[in-house]
Design a protein around this ligand. Structure first.
Ligand code: ZN
Ligand code: ZN
Length: 322
């Protein structure tokens, strides 16, 4: 009898994931290998003095009398490429995904001026780590009385506030890919860019739709996640940071599936195509956080030799609502 119970447990997803589990600190440390320069620059930012992550300009955060950050004037906008550079076989060159301009070739405007941007914005973007590291706002998962050997994947969509990339939507799926929690989140800080093309979030989503504060979402998640829950994600440290949530049983698909070039990370989109034969993130209206979370579950289910592809062709299915 005991043997068959043990056999069943060792077969479960939870048990099979044990070798892949990392602590919060280990995941942060791994991520810092890729982002050490960005993190060092961010560490130098203060509440007032910042360096823009998009155009590298040094600037001061200035508030108007209502405490709202002042936009840049039309002559001094932030100029940048909104997409990411990638190597295009079609072009035989490294180009920006936003406008297909070459990353290395100079680009000239009609009046002959060098123009290395395709997008302008009326705010610079930077992160003030003091905002995310405020100890009093960071919550940790707690022990539960019984055993809670559950596995969840989570994914957050971010928008840009005056203090950096803050969570504006969180989705959690269980090990069978059912959405068990989803909420829009209203950042505390003034939003300077909804980055709708990536987040799928608009002003209306947060102002008109049902929306919770980060504190309310933290309370919900602490009901769902206990100390022995396995949480999974792709670069999950970014999601946890934006949720101001600390947890020590993490599976990060960036760590499980390393890029053959040590200095790069595999994108979730690429892993989905290569390992699952699935095209994700193809919609124009931004990422689908449930789709991203499900992809993590399926990548790991396949990795440990379990069935996968649960519910990929169905709409979001809610098992329970918190
Ligand atoms: Zn561009
Ligand atoms: Zn800028």
């Amino acid at each position: 009898m005991a043997a068959s119970i043990n056999e069943k447990l060792s077969d479960s997803f939870y048990m099979k994931l044990q070798p892949y589990i990392r602590s919060n600190e280990q995941v942060d440390e791994h991520s810092n290998r890729f982002d050490s320069r960005k993190n060092a620059e961010r560490a130098e930012n203060t509440a007032e003095e910042r360096k823009c992550e998009r155009c590298c300009t040094k600037y001061r955060v200035q508030m108007d009398s209502n405490g709202v950050p002042k936009p840049l004037d039309a002559k001094n906008l932030c100029k940048f490429h909104s997409g990411k550079p990638f190597y295009s076989h079609g072009h035989g060159d490294t180009i920006y995904s936003c406008c297909e301009a070459s990353v290395y070739e100079p680009f000239y405007s009609l009046d002959g001026e060098e123009e290395d941007y395709c997008t302008t914005h009326n705010y610079h973007v930077s992160e003030f780590s003091g905002f995310f590291n405020k100890e009093s706002e960071i919550v940790s998962t707690a022990s539960s009385s019984g055993s809670n050997k559950a596995v969840y994947a989570l994914d957050c969509e971010m928008c840009v506030t005056v203090n950096g990339y803050e969570c504006c939507r969180v989705t959690v799926v269980d090990e069978r890919n059912i959405v068990v929690y989803e909420s829009s989140v209203k950042p505390e800080d003034f939003i300077i860019d909804y980055v709708t093309q990536f987040s799928g979030i608009t002003k209306e989503t947060l102002e008109d739709g049902p929306c919770k504060s980060l504190k309310e979402v933290q309370d919900d998640l602490l009901e769902l996640f206990k100390k022995d829950t396995i949480l999974m994600g792709h670069s999950i440290n970014n999601d946890l940071k934006s949720l101001k949530l600390r947890h020590d049983m993490l599976v990060d698909t960036v760590i499980v599936f390393p890029h053959r070039n040590f200095s790069k990370r595999n994108s979730l989109r690429w892993l989905a195509e290569k390992n699952l034969g699935r095209i994700i993130q193809k919609g124009k209206a931004g990422h689908d956080s449930a789709e991203d979370a499900r992809t993590c579950i399926d990548l790991m289910r396949k990795e440990v030799g379990l069935d996968y592809n649960f519910f990929i062709n169905t709409d979001k299915q809610f098992k329970s609502k918190l």
